[in-house]
Design a protein around this ligand. Structure first.
Ligand code: MLT
Length: 411
C-alpha cells in the first residue's frame, strides 16, 4: 500500500491565499451584485512594462527561426540575464556577487521552499511572527517541525516576535539557531530595516555558523537610499546568507514568472561527517536535476528590465503602487486607525478597529465594504488583531476601497 508524507497532515488549513479566495468566492456566489475590490493577495494589476513585452515578442520571433530557435536553456539561467543582474542589481551597489552565483528561477515562493532540499533535518529554524506563511508551511512539509499547538505555532520552530514595539524587526535570538528567515521590506508588515540591524544578524550568523535566508522580493520599493536593498551590502554576508529576489512585484511578472536566488560560492554548511560543503554546488546539483530553467521568452522579458527604457518603466510602476500605499496610509490614519508599513513597501499593516479579531475584521470588511484584505492571523499567532492591505490595484479601486472603509470604520 502506498503511503503519504504525513507531514502534510500537520498543516491546519489550506494555504492562506487560496483559503481567502475560497471565502471570497462563496461570498461572491451569494452576492452576485457586490462590486468587490481585492486588496488581499499581493498580486499586481498593472500591465507588463512595454520594454518587457517588446523583448518577449522578439523572443517569440527568435523561436520561429531555425537559426535563433532555443531548446533547453541552462538550468541556472542564460548568462546574458545573470550578467545584467550581477552588474546592475548587485555590483552597482557595491555587493560582490558574481553572475555564476545567480540562479534564475520561476519564483521566490518556489525557491524559498525548495532551498530546504539541500539542508539537513536537524537544523534549528527561526522565523519571525508574523511571517510569510511559505517559510513555515514548507518546513512543515519537509518534516522539520512537530505538531501545531492551539496558538497555531509548530513545535520545533523558533518564533521571533515582531511588533510595533521592536519596529517589526526581530531581536537577535538569545539561543543558537541554524537557519533564519528574514524578509525586508517585510511581508506582511511592510517594515524595512537598517544596515546596522542586518550587520547584527550577519555577525550573529557568522558567530553561530547559521545561514540567513534573505527574502528581498520587495527591495525595489525602497526609496530611501540609506536602507539596504541586499544583505550582501553587509560585509561578511557572503559567508552566511542566501538571497531571494523576484521580478514579480517590480516588473509585474506574477503571471509571467521569473525570479532569482543568489548562493555565494563562499557559503558552506556542515555535512554529517563534519566536513564543510559548498552550498552553491548542492543548489546547482539540485536545480540541474529538478528544474529545467525559465523559458527563453520570459528571460528575454526579464532582461529588458535592465534596458534604459525598462528601468524607467519599472520605476514608474513601483512609484504608482507606492502612491497607492501612501493613499491607503493617509486615509486609514485620517479615519483613526493605526497603520504601519506602506512607505517602502506595497503592504500596509493595520491594527483592527474596536478590538476585532483578524478574521472578524476580514468578514466585516467583505460583507459591509466588499473589500478583501488579508487577516493578520494568517501570517502567524502574533498577527492576530492586525490586517494586511495590499497596494496592488488600480488607483480608482484603491480610492474607492478607502472611501468605503473610512465611511464604515471611522474610529
Ligand atoms: C502575498 O500576498 O503575500 C504575496 O502574493 C505572496 C507571494 O508573492 O507569493
Amino acid at each position: 500500500m502506498a503511503t503519504i508524507n504525513d507531514n502534510y497532515l500537520k498543516l491546519k488549513a489550506g494555504y492562506l491565499f487560496p483559503e481567502i479566495a475560497r471565502r471570497v468566492n462563496t461570498f461572491a456566489e451569494a452576492n452576485p451584485d457586490a462590486d468587490m475590490i481585492k486588496l488581499g493577495i499581493g498580486d499586481v494589476t498593472e500591465p507588463l512594462p512595454e520594454a518587457c513585452r517588446t523583448a518577449m515578442i522578439q523572443a517569440v520571433e527568435d523561436m520561429g527561426n531555425r537559426d535563433s530557435f532555443r531548446g533547453y536553456g541552462p538550468e541556472q539561467g542564460y548568462p546574458w540575464l545573470r550578467e545584467k543582474i550581477a552588474t546592475q542589481d548587485f555590483q552597482a551597489r557595491g555587493c560582490q556577487v558574481d553572475a555564476s552565483e545567480i540562479f534564475i528561477s520561476d519564483g521566490s515562493k518556489c525557491d524559498t521552499g525548495n532551498i530546504l532540499d539541500i539542508f539537513g533535518k536537524n537544523n534549528k529554524i527561526a522565523v519571525t511572527d508574523p511571517v510569510y506563511p511559505v517559510y513555515v508551511d514548507t518546513n512543515v512539509m519537509a518534516g522539520n517541525t512537530g505538531e501545531v499547538n492551539e496558538k497555531g505555532e509548530f513545535e520545533g520552530l523558533v518564533y521571533l516576535p515582531i511588533s510595533a514595539e521592536n519596529n517589526f524587526t526581530a531581536d537577535i535570538p538569545s539561543q543558537k539557531v541554524d537557519l533564519i528567515y528574514l524578509c525586508f521590506p517585510n511581508n506582511p508588515t511592510g517594515a524595512t530595516t537598517t544596515k546596522e540591524n542586518l550587520k547584527a544578524w550577519v555577525d550573529y550568523a557568522k558567530a553561530n555558523g547559521s545561514i540567513i535566508f534573505f527574502d528581498a522580493a520587495y527591495e525595489s520599493f525602497i526609496t530611501d537610499e540609506s536602507l539596504p536593498h541586499s544583505i550582501y551590502e553587509i560585509e561578511g554576508a557572503r559567508d552566511c546568507a542566501i538571497e531571494f529576489r523576484s521580478f514579480s512585484k517590480n516588473a509585474g511578472f506574477t503571471g509571467t514568472r521569473c525570479a532569482l536566488t543568489v548562493v555565494p560560492k563562499t557559503l558552506t554548511a556542515k555535512a554529517s561527517d563534519g566536513s564543510d560543503v559548498e552550498l552553491w554546488k548542492l543548489w546547482n546539483r539540485r536545480q540541474s536535476t529538478k528544474f529545467n530553467g525559465v523559458s527563453y521568452v520570459v528571460q528575454r522579458g526579464a532582461e529588458a528590465v535592465y534596458s534604459e527604457a525598462g528601468k524607467a518603466q519599472v520605476k514608474a510602476l513601483v512609484s504608482f503602487y507606492l502612491e497607492n500605499a501612501k493613499i491607503i496610509r493617509q486615509k486609514l490614519t485620517e479615519a483613526g486607525l493605526s497603520v504601519y508599513g506602506g512607505v517602502h513597501a506595497p503592504y500596509i499593516w493595520v491594527k483592527t478597529p474596536n478590538g476585532l479579531s483578524s478574521w472578524d475584521f476580514f468578514d466585516k470588511l467583505l460583507q459591509t465594504c466588499y473589500v478583501v484584505g488579508t487577516p493578520g492571523s494568517g501570517f502567524g499567532a502574533a498577527g492576530e488583531g492586525y490586517f494586511r492591505i495590499s497596494a496592488f490595484n488600480s488607483r480608482e479601486n484603491v480610492e474607492e476601497a478607502m472611501k468605503r472603509i473610512t465611511q464604515k470604520f471611522k474610529v
